[in-house]
Design a binder for this molecule. Structure first.
Ligand code: PLP
Length: 430
């Protein structure tokens, strides 16, 4: 007898599924703009030179493979904490996480048990947030984020004003995924005041620290602002993109506490949760980050790499915009009227997330919107192009160009040699 007879294969992950489709395409001129991984202008993965140097030193040195503590490598945690805060803090509890995703899971496992299960999540967001929150047993509720291509500031504020007091609010530190739209400095200040008034616990998903502006301190500003105002924010950091350590799973959970005693207890409980989930984190990626941040010269070279990566992406944005403007006579975007997302709390999952994505892009296409300026005003790895599902599917079938059904494309996959064919393909499906 079959044990799993009634089990259906799960729907494909909206991001990883597209990559599979891309790999199965035999065309030689295919373009993959689905996955968020940095590529050089030659379309190749990039091992950052300071990372290669740190790796070499580690391998040549006395590298053992003993277990780390459940809370991870202590020197790494201290340096990561300093990197994010810009100064040391006695009241910080920083533990190593399994990169961004694992850190988020650990963070929300803790917060659901010890603070609140209610988490307000921007609509739209990185699709895996819904999965992580669901599996951590949280009650995930969307708050309005976008009005087409720009931040829907009035609705965002209105939604958060109505949110439960003391709830957890998930924020993207910078380079919002998938939209590339971040609040302005002024809006961050207002958001900070709102969070204070509502006694929210802010959690910053920090998967792109230094990647948006090319400057870690600039990108970390919202977190530091919230700290200065006594909000005791948390952060889930990933070093996948900014160190190019995707498969090494280097990350951290940073918790701001009221006292050193509280920080020690929080740290202990995060470690206890990690012990039951995966016992202890992998060491190599954390050692690489630690080695780079421990050496002033290597750290300076790493900071230059951030300028190179963010600069190349900004350059591709400019090139894609002008290539599109040269080819498309009219604007295809329209200003959206805004969306109301209703999703029942606990039932929220990837399917709902997909529906939210689709709603946003649909509204987006139904209004009016300025030229292709969003391509350059959006920041970070991703851009919401405003293309609809049908156009995206045509791009795949007829032009071997792969992006998410929501119209999100990864700018990191755009290169000097594919930007013109890409613009031509987009123009052809409009
Ligand atoms: N958070 C956001 C917003 C992301 O875009 C990503 C990765 O794409 C992550 C978290 C997860 O990062 P990691 O691959 O390090 O787990």
């Amino acid at each position: 007898t079959s044990r799993f007879d009634t089990l259906q294969a799960p729907p494909k992950d909206p991001i990883l599924g597209v990559k599979e489709e891309f790999l199965a395409d035999a065309a030689t001129d295919k373009i993959n703009l689905s996955v968020g991984a940095y590529r050089t202008d030659e379309g190749q993965p990039w091992v950052l030179p300071p990372v290669a140097e740190a790796r070499k030193r580690l391998i040549e040195g006395k590298l053992e493979h003993e277990y780390l503590p459940s809370t991870g490598l202590k020197s790494y945690c201290d340096r990561v904490d300093l990197l994010l805060r810009g100064k040391t803090s006695e009241t910080s509890a920083t533990v190593q996480g399994l990169s961004g995703t694992g850190g988020l899971r650990l963070c929300f496992e803790f917060l659901r048990r010890h603070h609140s299960p209610t988490v307000y999540v921007p609509a739209v967001t990185w699709s895996n947030h819904w999965n992580v929150l669901r599996d951590a047993g949280c009650d995930a509720r969307p708050y309005t984020y976008l009005d087409g291509i720009k931040l829907d500031w009035p609705k965002l504020v209105a939604d958060l004003e109505q949110a439960e007091e003391g709830a957890i609010i998930l924020l993207h530190l910078c380079a919002h995924n998938p939209s590339g739209v971040d609040p302005s400095s002024e809006q961050w200040r207002e958001l900070c005041a709102l969070c204070q008034r509502k006694r929210f616990l802010p959690v910053f998903d920090s998967a792109y620290l230094g990647f948006a502006s090319g400057d870690v301190d600039k990108d970390a500003a919202p977190f530091r602002l919230f700290c200065e105002n006594g909000l005791q924010p948390w952060a889930c950091i990933s070093f996948s993109k900014n160190f190019g350590l995707y498969s090494e799973r280097a990350g951290a959970v940073v918790a701001s506490c009221a006292s050193a005693r509280e920080a020690s207890a929080v740290r202990g409980h995060l470690g206890k949760l990690a012990r039951a989930l995966y016992s202890n984190p992998p060491a190599f990626g954390a050692r690489v980050v630690d080695a780079v941040l421990a050496d002033a010269a290597l750290e300076a070279r790493w900071r230059e790499c951030l300028v190179v990566m963010s600069g190349r992406i900004a350059d591709m944005r400019a090139k894609l915009r002008s290539a599109l403007e040269a080819r498309t006579a009219r604007d295809w975007f329209v200003h959206c009227v805004g969306i109301k997302v209703r999703a029942s709390a606990r039932a929220i999952d990837a399917t709902v997330c997909h529906a939210i994505d689709a709603t946003v892009s649909a509204r987006w296409r139904d209004g009016r919107c300025p030229r292709r300026s969003h391509i350059t005003s959006q920041v970070g790895m991703f851009s919401y192009t405003g293309l609809n599902k049908q156009q995206v599917l045509r791009l795949r079938a007829e032009h071997h160009v792969y992006m998410l059904e929501s119209g999100r494309l990864s700018m990191a996959g755009v290169t000097s040699s594919n930007v013109e064919p890409l613009a031509a393909a987009i123009a052809a499906v409009l």
